[in-house]
Design a protein around this ligand. Structure first.
Ligand code: F58
Length: 846
């Protein structure tokens, strides 16, 4: 009886302890202040924003952690299939407001902070963006994580915890300068270190064939080499208004000396430690290239380090369940490779299954092939990853052997299907017979995966028709299109609260936050004068905020009534910021000539405009850096020319990142997505701009084409050659040199003559010569100027313009990452959302 009593007491105690944290305003205040004092060990009366931001973040994190552990417990108990998203890049953006909204605690935290003397907005500004990615690919991965959590999928992201994120861009002496981004300086309150989650990752060494004396079987042993230690850091990924909370696990590299200090007991103790500590920290730096493969040894080692730790972790979790046999892995695990960066996962998973799990080749191959899938994000040859074979052999000798075997079996199949076609065999091989030989990661990924997807219709079409044509002929069912999408909760609800309020007010509900299709109902209202008034006021409010931001960051005063024409993305020749700035120069020269000729009627027709650029150039990409210089040179000339009054201003906003995008996008009227057709796989900011009531000026490329279908031709300004025309032009231009557009010739002449400062930008201007013009700036310039004119004419009619922006915004449901994730789940992963119910916990109040 005494025993029974004790047991009951214990149970009672556990029941009492088993609670969710209280979330009333007073409890939130207590938790914040306690974190200031006890977690951060700072004086609670010393008012400082940084401490209060951190304490607030930790208070929110506490509330995420309870859901997070419950979700993981639930998933294990249900044994449901899990999705693993493998990406070397994430651009998470700030987390504070996102996490609060997910928990439905934003208002309460705001009220709690208000009474403590802080506004939520000012504390938000204290958070640094983790810049663990370089562009669209990394941001897409982050949108996917959010949608996966919100739609109740059990999914983990895996990535690297770079010590230095994408460099900070400052403008010094009218050019880009790069500074290291040590984003962890103040600590990152959202992460949880997992010293218990560690794996050894081996590189280098030799392989040796060993014959089993009993069976006569040949086994390959990988010996020697160097070990690096991977340690996990976890970031909870909450879903919006659901308990489901996923995980993002980021690996950091550590010297492995802690593991094998025992072996140094030979008087070499200090020397051995020093040696290990010197070993270059693998995860120090993110390679800042965009659409250009760095091809560096360290990069390959990062990729392998990432993949090996991740797969070891996935297998360990999988094997924890006693009922799991390895052959069942594809039914329980889906692995998505974000580009070929983690494609070394194919031979690594083979190695783990063959060498560590002793499976036969057929079984191992069946598992790998049915578990993995690959997303391609580019068709640009310079971005396709190929590694020198000697380098792969040196770092990963065992993997090279496996790649040879994969290739051997694959090419035998090709020979069977297409006898007497050695060219085809050579084209499809994983190994390119060049000097040195190269390993083609895209081929490895296509062969090793059961699905390959492109990220917009036109892009997937190009994959099937040209880049991967041979593979498409062999396995047409392997190729699918899944057009990209973006998380509308971040890009509308969070980034644009003013617009969200107007939408919810006029729809009378917030349901569009869960289902973007509900916005369709706004179309009927698009010409309603009162709705239009609200919408225009909202836009003006956002433009004023952007104008203040421009004043702060660029020291340029702009008029919020002018048209805000925005071009923000990585600086790249194919994205044609160069064409835009040439168009700006043309506009400026035209205004000057109208003034000189005193054509006042025509001058009155000119739409006052602020042209806004932002974006980073890869530090070693000199053409892109020249484009930034040219933009700044032209901006300086125009902004200081008092003759043109307020008709034209040009700014380059430094250090474009997720948070800066959240200010710029809602404040834009027109946005430019003007890549040479066939080069931009999809683009995702085009979707964000449309969602925020900004009209697109777009080339016939990537997702622009699908956006055009959704919003209607009247609501988007399209121009230029399409992919087919570009291809024909590229071949004919060598023989038939077209004349440079007269307007373009005039602009370039003015640039050379020094009108925009002493630099003559010769190499940029020379790139416009037909024989050099890979990106068709010369060819498209005329139709580009016409599209600009059409957009000016539309802007002169405010009611029509407003209606267009409303219809565009209301047509964007296809471009939510929710739709996109559902397609991945159905077409590739074969997973369903789970029905997660909260465990029976008390929700105590204070
Ligand atoms: C981008 N790729 C595409 N790559 O350019 C863009 O069209 C697409 O919308 C987006 O992916 C999402 O699908 C991209 O951002 C990179 O940044 C790589 C980083 C690593 C080196 C090679 C380029």
């Amino acid at each position: 009886d005494e025993e029974q009593e004790l047991k009951e007491k214990k149970e009672k105690l556990w029941k009492l302890l088993c609670t969710y944290l209280p979330c009333d305003v007073l409890s939130l205040q207590k938790s914040i202040v306690q974190h200031v004092e006890y977690t951060l060990a700072r004086r609670r009366y010393k008012r400082d924003k940084c401490s209060f931001y951190q304490a607030t973040a930790i208070s929110v994190r506490d509330r995420l952690i309870e859901r997070w552990t419950d979700t993981q417990q639930y998933l294990s108990s249900k044994d449901s299939k899990r999705v693993y998203y493998l990406s070397l890049e994430y651009l998470l953006g700030r987390n504070l407001q996102n996490a609060m909204s997910c928990l439905a605690l934003r208002n309460r935290y705001a009220a709690a902070l208000e009474e403590l003397g802080y506004s939520l907005e000012e504390l938000t500004e204290e958070e640094r963006d983790p810049g663990l990615g370089s562009g669209g690919l990394g941001r897409l991965a982050s949108c996917f994580l959010d949608s996966l959590a919100t739609l109740n999928f059990g999914a983990w992201g895996y990535g690297l915890r770079y010590k230095f994120g994408l460099f900070e861009q400052r403008l010094i002496s009218k050019a880009q300068a790069e500074f290291p981004d040590f984003w962890l300086k103040e600590g990152y309150p959202w992460e949880v270190e997992r010293p218990d989650v560690q794996y050894l990752v081996r590189m280098y060494g030799e392989v040796e064939d060993r014959v089993d004396p009993e069976t006569g079987e040949v086994k390959v042993a990988w010996k020697g080499g160097e070990d690096v230690l991977a340690e996990g850091f976890d970031i909870p990924v909450p879903g919006f208004h659901t308990l489901n909370t996923n995980n993002l696990r980021l690996w950091t590299s550590k010297a492995s000396c802690e593991f094998d200090l025992g072996s140094f007991n030979d008087g070499q103790y200090y020397a051995a430690i020093e040696e290990k500590e010197r070993s270059e920290p693998l995860t120090s730096v993110l390679y800042p290239c965009d659409n250009n493969a760095p091809g560096k040894e360290l990069r390959l080692r990062q990729q392998y380090f990432f993949v090996s730790a991740t797969l070891q972790d996935i297998l360990r979790r999988y094997k924890k369940s006693p009922s799991h046999g390895l052959l069942d892995l594809p039914n329980k695990v889906a692995i998505q490779l974000n580009e070929t960066h983690p494609a070394i996962a194919i031979p690594e998973l083979m190695r783990l299954l063959l060498d560590d799990e002793n499976l036969c080749w057929q079984d191992a191959w069946h598992i790998v092939h049915n578990t993995c899938a690959y997303t391609n994000h580019t068709v640009m040859p310079e971005a396709l990853e190929i590694w020198p074979l000697p380098l792969v052999e040196q770092i990963l000798p065992r993997h090279l052997r496996i790649i040879y075997e994969i290739n051997h079996q694959f090419l035998s199949e090709v020979r069977r299907r297409w006898p007497g076609d050695p060219q085809r065999v050579a084209r499809m091989s994983i190994i390119e017979e060049s000097e040195p030989k190269m390993v083609k990661m895209a081929h490895l990924a296509i062969i090793g995966c059961h699905k390959v997807n492109g990220v917009a219709q036109v892009h997937t079409g190009l994959l099937c028709k040209s880049l991967f044509r041979d593979f498409y002929e062999m396995w047409p069912e392997k190729f699918v299109n899944i057009t990209n999408g973006v998380n509308h909760r971040r890009w509308m609800l969070q980034a644009n609260p003013a617009m969200s309020a107007v939408i919810s007010k006029w729809l009378g509900t917030h349901d569009w936050v869960h289902d973007l299709g509900r916005l369709e109902r706004l179309k009927e209202l698009s010409s309603n004068p009162e709705f239009q008034r609200d919408w225009q006021e909202m836009k003006r409010y956002n433009k004023r905020k952007l104008a203040e931001f421009i004043e702060r960051t660029c020291d340029v005063d702009v008029d919020a009534d002018a048209m805000f024409d925005v071009h923000v993305k990585r600086i790249h020749e194919y994205k044609r910021q160069f064409m835009n700035i040439l168009g700006v120069a043309y506009r400026y020269l035209r205004i000057l000539s109208l003034l000189a000729e005193e054509k006042f009627d025509e001058l009155r027709q000119v739409v006052p405009k602020v042209v806004i650029f932002a974006g980073k150039a890869a530090p070693n990409y000199s053409v892109a850096k020249d484009v930034i210089k040219l933009i700044i040179a032209i901006a300086d000339t125009i902004n200081s020319d008092t003759r043109i009054g307020g008709l034209l201003k040009v700014v380059f906003i430094p250090n474009y990142n997720v948070s800066v995008a959240e200010v710029i996008i809602p404040g834009s009227d027109l946005s430019q997505h003007i890549s040479t057709a066939g080069f931009e796989a999809s683009g995702t900011s085009n979707m964000k701009f449309c969602m925020n009531g900004s009209l697109l000026l777009g080339s016939r490329d990537g997702a622009n084409l699908e956006i055009e279908q959704s919003v209607g031709r009247a609501n988007i300004f399209m121009f230029g050659a399409n992919t087919k025309e570009v291809r024909t032009l590229q071949t004919t231009m060598q023989y038939r040199k077209p004349q440079l557009d007269g307007r373009l010739a005039h602009v370039t002449q003015e640039i050379r003559s020094g009108r925009f400062g002493p630099t003559s930008f010769d190499s940029l201007v020379d790139s416009l010569l037909p024989e050099n013009d890979r990106y068709m700036v010369g060819h498209d310039f005329g139709s580009y100027l016409e599209a600009l004119e059409v957009s000016d004419a539309a802007f002169r009619k405010p009611e029509e313009w407003t209606a267009k922006t409303i219809v565009s915004c209301a047509s964007m449901s296809r471009f939510s990452s929710d739709r996109c994730i559902r397609e991945y789940a159905e077409k590739i992963w074969n997973v369903e959302p789970h029905q997660f119910r909260p465990p029976n916990k008390n929700t105590s109040s204070s």
